[in-house]
Design a protein around this ligand. Structure first.
Ligand code: GLA
Length: 779
């Protein structure tokens, strides 16, 4: 709901209010963003207004008529340069006369019933109301439009800006942020998620005290170095209580989130396109659109904020025929084969996949050109007849005959110098002509600033997707930018390259997703190097990390879940020792982590033991039963010593919990599983799936029970292991939701003093899934 009370605007969602007003000096003053307030008139707003009587210390007075106003100490909706505000600005323009001073003053406002589209960038859909405020800098004839969209039930407010140059002289736009939040105090913790390849989403909490703290990407993509999702919370905010703002950007390029504490103890947050190496030349009549920023407020802890983000992303970011649709279980060929694929091998693996219950077979890298390693062929999207002697369509038909859908890997934005595409179009890459170029993974980036390249890729990819029954595409992007230069653009527009690349990428994705609405696209950028809301507007799921180690994944997936729903997080069960860490984790733990989100396998099923295949077949069957909950249920993180997750279906009748231990701590065997999201007063059945453990897992402890001595790993040990299985613990409890949410005392874990079916075999990296089902009456 958006309302105007005289000089004030009130934006309301179900549980939050955002309030601003026009200052007597005509700038926009930020009054409040937080827990919902009851506002029925102008009078109600008055206490939210700072009572300025004089400007502090050696600050600049805005103008003589208003000696009480110094912009340095005001809470503003738009920070500018040159009129007294010395904090990190919202907008920075160099005018024709060389000046960078701006003063954007209120001109008019309207409340729109439908949102104003963004021409160059994707944006959130299904909005309810929009506030459009026009500010003008009359001295330079430049207009700044601010758009606020309200998403009531998601407790979400979005903000963006458009800058229009009406001046006959060109201007240089050096910065245009998407949102700015000026708080009266700096009593906050800033949380960012940083990392690198195979180590995405490490959570960092900074207690905001002074100065400027920046979270930004300069890789050309949103990056694994610093995800654009950040949080502002209070020191005591927990998963289940306390205030938190979740903040993100619908953008896939270089982004920037800054928190600055002013000399007067106030705090400014801005986010938008990274101003580093960004400068747009705008001639008369030209405009620049900033990406849409999304902001969610909750006073009920991190889980509540995340759940609102999840719903918002499922309903308003992800779109098209896969929105809300359960995603298939896939087998990906990469870790089982790397580049060494051929028709025979793939068919063998696909047959094993079908037997295990997998639904989609994905042929990863290595199928095109002469792609035997990563040094050639990107750009040449024709199948390699040595590997696929009967062609791509033949392979796809065969896979379909086996009963699986077929998916394919592509990396369209890239080219190897050793490729026909590069040889015929050397000027189509991001590179400084005549200079030596730096490369990553032996590849260069195609110049998507050039519309001819975008058209070419639309055509080539369309031909590929039409050439066989392709149901899924893994769209990869494995480079960060270097030698930032577009041969297509004139020299005075070279600082536009980063952003124009993203505009070109979005155009390409728009063309293809419109032409192939039923293909399921999965985003990937060396894992999570482009995991953001911009990509999710085109691709309903993203490969979260090239790291498939269950322990690392537990952290990575948990931290994605702060800002992104399980339905977009793609996870695979892979072989052990793990290819990234050489760690060996149990097969059930690999599944127990991967099933929270979109499940896949990346393992040579044709080589696995019958025992492992049987276990995988059971995992897949169980996932199918609970798939909707795993992908679209309400997800809770529980803060305790062990990793403790709980996902609950919409009607709170079914839930699945996961408990994972990193390392065994002797004499810490009384673990609890803590449920969340259940109906307090309903009765539930809490149970696990009882397992049988291989006696070899106990090593030479077998001799404590065996009447004859058995040498560890001997033939005798193997023979005994075939016939003797160790019973796993059974959990079978009937109680109320409130008790389960208080915590379930589990069977005591093994700790040197014997083993039987009442002892939990719970070694390093062990985990359990627990099932919770509502029952009509107490059993
Ligand atoms: C990237 C992806 C991997 C795989 C390889 C193929 O690293 O993240 O999943 O597709 O490329 O080259």
């Amino acid at each position: 709901m958006i309302r105007q009370y005289d000089q004030c605007f009130v934006l309301e969602t179900a549980h939050s209010s955002y309030i601003l007003r026009i200052l007597p000096t005509k700038q926009l003053e930020h009054l409040y963003y937080g827990k919902k307030l009851t506002i029925t008139s102008c009078r109600d707003i008055v206490p939210l207004i700072e009572q300025h009587a004089f400007a502090p210390g050696n600050t600049n007075i805005y103008d003589e008529e208003h000696p009480e106003y110094s912009l340095e100490d005001m809470r503003l909706e738009v920070g500018t340069i040159g009129k007294g505000d010395i904090r990190v600005p919202f907008v920075e323009i160099i005018h024709d006369d060389g000046s960078s001073t701006n003063d954007f003053l209120y001109h008019d406002a309207k409340i729109n019933t439908t949102r104003t589209p963004i021409n160059t960038l994707p944006y959130a859909i299904n909005n309810q109301e929009e506030l459009e405020i026009t500010l003008v800098d009359e001295a330079y004839d430049v207009t700044l439009k601010l758009y606020y969209n309200v998403y009531d039930k998601y407790d979400m407010i979005t903000r963006r800006a458009v800058l229009i140059n009406n001046n006959k002289n060109a201007i240089r736009l050096n910065r245009l942020m998407s949102t700015q939040l000026d708080f009266s105090t700096h009593d906050f913790v800033l949380t960012t998620f940083n990392g690198s390849w195979t180590d995405e989403m490490n959570r960092h909490d900074y207690v905001v005290e002074s100065g400027l703290h920046i979270n930004a990407s300069f890789t050309g993509s949103s990056s694994s170095r610093a995800n654009p999702f950040v949080m502002l919370s209070n020191k005591h905010t927990s998963e289940d209580a306390g205030e938190v703002y979740g903040l993100n950007l619908i953008y896939s390029g270089n982004h920037y989130e800054a928190v600055e504490v002013s000399s007067y103890g106030k705090m400014r947050f801005v986010s938008g396109i990274n101003p580093q190496n960004f400068s747009f030349l705008l001639a008369q009549g030209e405009q620049f659109e900033s990406p849409e920023a999304v902001m969610c407020y909750s006073d009920r802890g991190f889980n509540d904020m995340s759940q609102h983000m999840h719903k918002f992303i499922n309903d308003c970011i992800v779109r098209g025929s896969w929105q809300h649709q359960e995603r298939p279980i896939l087998l990906n060929s990469w870790e089982a084969n790397y580049f060494k694929i051929n028709e025979q091998k793939l068919i063998k693996q696909a047959k094993a996949a079908k037997k295990a219950g997998i639904e989609l077979f994905v042929m990863d890298d290595g199928w095109f050109g002469k792609r035997d390693n990563d040094q050639s062929s990107l750009g040449d999207w024709q199948y390699d007849p040595k590997k696929l002697p009967h062609g791509l369509k033949h392979l796809v038909d065969k896979i379909n005959e086996i009963g699986l859908d077929f998916g394919i890997w592509v990396e369209p934005e890239m080219v190897n110098v050793d490729s026909n595409l590069y040889r015929s179009h050397p000027n189509w890459t991001i590179a400084i002509p005549g200079h030596g170029q730096s490369e990553g993974r032996h590849q260069r980036i195609l110049d998507l600033c050039n519309p001819e390249v975008v058209d070419y890729l639309t055509k080539v990819m369309s031909e590929l997707f039409e050439s066989a029954n392709i149901k899924y595409v893994k769209w990869d992007m494995n480079r960060t930018f270097s030698d930032i230069y577009s041969p297509y653009l004139p020299s005075d527009k070279q600082q536009e390259v980063f952003h124009r690349y993203i505009i070109g990428l979005y155009k390409l994705l728009d063309n293809l997703t419109k032409a192939f609405p039923d293909i399921l696209f999965e985003g990937c950028a060396s894992g999570g190097n482009r995991f953001d809301l911009g990509m999710l507007c085109f691709m309903p799921q993203i490969w979260a990390s090239d790291n498939t180690d269950a322990l690392c994944r537990a952290r990575i997936q948990k931290n994605y879940s702060y800002g992104y729903p399980l339905s977009v997080i793609s996870n695979h069960v892979s072989s052990t020792p793990n290819h990234q860490t050489l760690r060996t984790t149990p097969l059930d733990t690999r599944y127990n982590v991967a099933c929270f989100g979109i499940l896949g396998y990346e393992i040579n099923l044709a080589d696995l033991s019958n025992e492992a295949l049987e276990e995988i077949t059971k995992q897949i069957a169980a996932y199918k039963v609970h798939r909707k909950t795993f992908q679209f249920g309400t997800f809770y993180r529980v803060n305790q010593v062990l990793h403790n997750w709980c996902v609950v279906n919409d009607d709170q009748k079914d839930a699945i919990g996961m408990l994972l231990q990193e390392l065994v701590l002797p004499h810490h065997q009384y673990h609890q599983f803590i449920a969340r999201g259940l109906k307090e007063d309903s009765h539930y059945h809490f149970f696990n799936e009882a397992k049988q453990y291989n006696v070899k897992l106990f090593g030479d402890l077998i001799n404590t029970a065996s009447p004859v001595h058995i040498k560890q790993d001997s033939l005798a040990h193997q023979v005994v292991a075939k016939f003797v299985k160790m019973p796993g613990e059974v959990e079978d409890i009937h109680t109320t939701g409130s008790v389960l949410m208080q915590g379930v005392g589990l069977k005591q874990a093994f700790s040197a003093n014997g083993y039987n079916e009442n002892v939990r075999y719970f070694q390093d990296f062990a985990s359990r899934l627990y099932f919770i089902e509502e029952e009509s009456e107490m059993k």
